[in-house]
Design a protein around this ligand. Structure first.
Ligand SMILES: [Zn+2]
Length: 241
């Protein structure tokens, strides 16, 4: 059985593009794809090969990033591991950008006019640091990203009902995105990231949001909040053939 890979209907329109998000469903138990590129674990290496094979991606043409919940993005031109980084952009063909997932929002995007692909990792720290806004704003100003023809896919992440935080985190965000939940608070990170894109002039019809919750859908997804240190990771990937 091939692993189950989620795709965006918006991004699937482009035949020159390859993209997908892994799940736990595969012939390999748990299908953990690990949390960094230097992972020595043979099982994770093999799982990654299976995942990339399923999408027709050469595993030696992949760019990884060591995600640190920052606002740092990098333009990449060759396969490598970018340290301390949370967004990747490329216009190179046959280069595939990876985002590691276990609750934070993975965002894949593609500008069909300029053939620019990218990934962004945005959890609460990334959202607070405005990584989405900074990455896309940079691409608009410096790479002539075509707002009309750039398409975004927010992959599965922890939903706003499950994302409980204490007051110290809740107060970092505008009150319209925060709800009181008994002694805790919840923050709608998806909505905040969506607003960043709308403020930059991206049309809502160019943005697809997966409302699948990594925390709730235990059979389908890994979740760091749910499984703590034992949690595996999914990968999201995008690239131009
Ligand atoms: Zn949920």
């Amino acid at each position: 059985m091939k692993p189950v890979v989620l795709k965006s209907f918006l991004l699937s329109k482009f035949s020159e593009l390859v993209h997908g998000i892994s799940t736990r469903i595969s012939s390999v138990n748990d299908f953990n794809l690990g949390n960094n590129a230097n992972c020595k674990n043979e099982e994770i290496k093999r799982n990654r090969e299976i995942f990339f094979d399923t999408l027709g991606i050469d595993k030696d043409r992949v760019v990884y990033q060591q995600q640190v919940h920052s606002d740092k993005f990098t333009i990449v031109e060759k396969p490598e591991l970018i340290q301390e980084n949370d967004a990747l952009i490329t216009s190179q063909k046959n280069l595939f950008l990876v985002v590691t997932i276990a609750d934070c929002i993975p965002i894949l995007f593609y500008d069909k006019t300029n053939q620019i692909a990218g990934v962004i990792h945005s959890g609460w720290r990334g959202t607070y640091n405005q990584i989405v806004k900074k990455t896309i704003n940079y691409a608009i100003s410096n790479l002539s990203l075509d707002r009309e023809n750039t398409f975004f896919y927010f992959g599965p992440s922890i939903c706003s009902e499950c994302f409980e935080v204490d007051e110290d985190v809740a107060t970092l965000f505008k009150s319209k995105f925060v709800k009181k939940k008994e002694k805790k608070f919840t923050v709608n990170l998806t909505e905040i990231n969506l607003q960043y894109l709308l403020e930059l002039g991206i049309k809502s019809s160019n943005i697809q949001i997966s409302h699948l919750c990594t925390y709730e859908l235990e059979k389908l997804f890994h979740s760091y909040r749910r499984d703590k240190e034992k949690s595996g990771r999914m990968l999201g990937v995008i690239g131009i053939k």
